[in-house]
Write a protein that binds this ligand. Structure first.
Ligand code: BGC
Length: 535
């Protein structure tokens, strides 16, 4: 079968999996405040104007959380599926499951059917969100790996935006088509993903692992050798892959458990916390429940969809502000990007907490539909809340968003990468699930203090990154290994080189590419031992 070898094209098809992730994130936010939805899944009767009040907050939390719950499971099992059947096949399986889930959700007539459909959709997103980065990282050249994986985040933000506006457009259609149309349409990209993957090669590393060396050579020749099986690059990669595969054979204990051995546990906690903290920034409060926040800030008119347009603006900001990271992420380095992101988000959350605490009042009876809409703010403070919310999203998008996908695969040696990334991604979904479920109840019960909690998490992640997250940008894999070596002079037991002493070695990497000779300290990028600064 004819296969496509262009790496950008391969990444473009594969990240449709990321778009499905985005679709699911925003498939609820535009719909939960519309009358057709509130009436179809009504549990609370009507208000004095005859408007449907919809599901209870707990149940709405459960419906929203059904997706990340399914994704958690999907991400966890994805490592096993993809090791057994291949990266490509597992993503294709994800596409088929997505189509089934979309049919169930689109046809749902009651809450259980909707929740089950969302679990199925979520399961698919779990597989794709864990295995697309693995597939891309195994197929792309090292110099483009960060950016190509970063495209996954961009696809997520596009997915969120497109779905939100499809839902927004559909909200003008009377009747249940307002939500059935978008939930049905979301199956289309999965069909494209499935068919597109037919023309993409399987990961050469997975083929080699399965002893399908001839096919592995064919793929390497196609994607990196420009058709020449004897090109130096193909030969070098092949021998590297052979070494790794032989190592794995010789070390039968290479499994999930190795992630928890003394030599690996530090990286495992760093990788897992990268994803946990990305959730605990509170970004998904803005993604799932933005209509609640903006309703409290006075942007809604009862019974209309007026709140949707200003909500949609933040999804545009999310897409646009991811671009700088794609362009400059490798130049900035991972540590500064994460530190600046945590600092800025902490700041905007404190502003919002203060504004709601000082200027907020309890809503009048019947003023809003959901009990999660537990405060009301008017005038300039309301405008400031909207601005701080947009700025929060603009702070997440170029920092924790993309780095949370690029950083974990960089931490681990190739032999562990598939399983390690599956574990880190499942942590993303576990926390995503918890937040989706608890945030409405938290707003109802502790109002503006919800913002204080997330601001505290941002401060904690700042410290955690500063002390524990080493710089990986521009470092070849072997040097990342060395950074975690705890037997070197100055290294901390079980940890390796102190994180705050590691630097972005971009200048050095560029010098190395020009074939200049570097000292081993220079290669490690340890501060104080060389004067080279990050580019
Ligand atoms: C996160 C999602 C979030 C999205 C927003 C992703 O990196 O994992 O939970 O909704 O970014 O753009």
């Amino acid at each position: 079968m004819w296969k496509i070898g262009n790496i950008y094209f391969i990444a473009a098809v594969a990240v449709i999996g990321g778009a499905l992730f985005g679709f699911d994130i925003s498939s609820m936010s535009a719909i939960i405040s519309t009358q057709p939805y509130l009436c179809q899944f009504n549990q609370r009767g009507h208000d004095e104007n005859g408007l449907c009040l919809g599901p209870t907050d707990d149940v709405q939390g459960g419906i929203t959380a059904a997706m990340p719950g399914g994704s958690w499971l999907g991400a966890l099992v994805s490592g096993i599926v993809s090791d057994a059947f291949g990266r490509k096949t597992s993503i294709q399986l994800g596409a088929i499951i997505w189509i089934i889930g979309s049919v169930v959700v689109c046809a749902s007539v009651n809450i259980p059917m909707l929740a089950i459909g969302r679990v199925i959709n979520g399961f698919s997103v779990g597989i794709c969100s864990a295995q697309v980065p693995v597939y891309i990282s195994e197929i792309s050249p090292p110099s483009k790996r960060g950016r190509l994986i970063g495209f996954q985040q961009w696809a997520i933000t596009w997915g969120i935006l497109i779905m939100f506006f499809i839902c927004y457009g559909s909200s003008f259609i009377p009747g249940t088509a307002a939500f059935r149309l978008p939930w049905g349409l979301q199956a289309v990209p999965a069909v494209l993903l499935f068919l597109g993957l037919v023309f993409l090669p399987e990961s050469p590393r997975w083929l080699a692992k399965k002893d399908r060396w001839e096919q592995a050579v064919e793929v390497l020749t196609l994607i990196h050798g420009k058709g020449d099986p004897n090109s130096p690059w193909v030969i070098r990669e092949l021998s590297e892959i052979r070494e790794v595969v032989e190592f794995e054979r010789a070390n039968a204990d290479v499994s999930y458990f190795e992630l928890f051995t003394p030599g690996m546990i530090n990286r495992t906690q760093v990788g897992v916390f990268t994803q946990i903290w990305s959730q605990l920034t509170g970004m998904n409060v803005m993604m799932y429940y933005i209509t609640y926040v903006f309703t409290m800030a006075g942007l809604s008119e009862p019974g209309t969809n007026a709140v949707l347009l200003p909500s949609g603006i933040q999804f545009v900001i999310n897409v646009v502000m991811t671009v700088p990271a794609l362009l400059w992420m490798d130049r900035w380095g991972r540590r500064p990007t994460l530190l600046v992101g945590a600092f800025l988000m902490c700041f905007w959350l404190c502003i919002n907490a203060g504004l709601f605490a000082v200027y907020g009042r309890a809503p009048y009876p019947g003023e809003f539909t959901s009990t999660a809409e537990s405060m009301a703010v008017e005038g300039p403070p309301a405008k400031a809340i909207i601005a701080a919310t947009y700025l929060f999203v603009a702070s997440f998008a170029p920092t924790w968003g993309p780095v949370s996908w690029t950083y974990p695969p960089e931490l681990f040696p190739l032999r562990l990468r598939g399983k390690a990334v599956a574990l880190c991604t499942s942590a993303n979904w576990a926390f995503n699930f918890a937040l989706a479920y608890f945030v409405p109840a938290a707003f109802a019960n502790i109002t503006w203090r919800v913002y204080v909690i997330f601001a505290t998490f941002c401060a904690a992640m700042f410290l955690h990154v500063f002390f524990m997250f080493p710089e990986t940008a521009n470092k070849p894999l072997e040097e990342i290994e060395e950074m975690f070596d705890d037997t070197k002079p100055g290294a901390i037991k079980y940890i390796g080189t102190p994180a705050w002493k590691t630097k972005n070695t971009r200048n050095l990497a560029l010098r190395q590419e020009r074939n200049e000779t570097l000292s081993s300290e220079e290669k490690m990028g340890v501060s104080g031992e060389h004067k080279e600064s990050a580019a």
